[in-house]
Design a protein around this ligand. Sequence first.
Ligand SMILES: [Fe+2]
Ligand SMILES: [Fe+2]
Length: 191
Amino acid sequence: MARAKKSTRSRSTRAASSRKPDAIALLKADHRQVEDWFSQFEKARDDDRKQRLATKICNALKVHTTIEEEILYPAFLEATDETDLHHEAEVEHDGARKLIAEIEASSPEDDYFDAKVTVLSEMIKHHVKEEEQPGGMFAKARSSDMDLDALGEQLASRKEQLESEADDSDDSPVPRGQRSRQQPGRMARTR
Ligand SMILES: [Fe+2]
Ligand SMILES: [Fe+2]
């Protein structure tokens, strides 16, 4: 697992010259985006729309959990020694990752597809609450000496890299739902 770089000391210069989201703002924006797609999925009626939304949700969650695990979580553990919070978050990611693999290997025609997406939504809702609630990881990260501006930049650039890798592997003319049935679980991390 990649380690976050040590804090830099150019925080005030950076803050003055740009208004990029810091680590917590970037991750919370990801949470809001995925919540919006889950609520659109709940209302969706046709299979194409469900498939498109499920694909967007799974891809976004894979990128989000990967950047948290590679960059934010190790920096958080190093800065705070909050082992329980850190380990529980990783275990919750692993649970989500298994369900994401099942959704990717499935399709809206399958009886259990909607149930899997609904359960994933509930798991993510719980996990996001743990991260964002008072006394949760994000609050503790804010009150630590973590350089959230520098970490925000690292998260943004790794996110961009992972998204462009996903786009590159998406060039096949075969529709995603059909392809993923043959190649279940293109996960960001080996299991
Ligand atoms: Fe998160
Ligand atoms: Fe997380």
